[in-house]
Design a binder for this molecule. Sequence first.
Ligand code: SF4
Length: 149
Amino acid sequence: MRGMAGKNIIKEAVPMRKLPMNERRTTFKEVALGYNLEEALKEASRCLQCTDPPCVKACPLHIDVPGFIKLLREKKFEEALNKIKEVNDFPAITGRVCPQELLCQAACVMGKIGEPINIGRLERFLGDLEISRGIRIPSLPKSREKKWP
Ligand code: SF4
């Protein structure tokens, strides 16, 4: 389907693979397996790159969602991580536990015509990518240094 300035619109979100039922009884591994690179790029490609993005306003941290998604789909993974880390040092954690379905994803424009962008899964993908390549210690912005005892 085409719409919104001629952009190809993909209404269906990329599903997240899950651990098979029979394996869940024998392991403490996570059930939700996360996106692989191909899945993350496909989901990122669905973002409309809204100029006045409601997802950013709905995020308590005001993460630049279209900004990090754009960098992700350009395969600029470190830059995408840095974009998130301007306000959030723990994308692997917030990508899992933040209630995106009530916040950024609830506000996503794509949700009006199909399924919202899985912002949390994309965040998790980048956080996990960082961990798999060795965790970087984030540098705290000056404004936050004083909060440490
Ligand atoms: S509202 Fe949805 S489609 Fe628009 S920029 Fe945010 S994530 Fe992308």
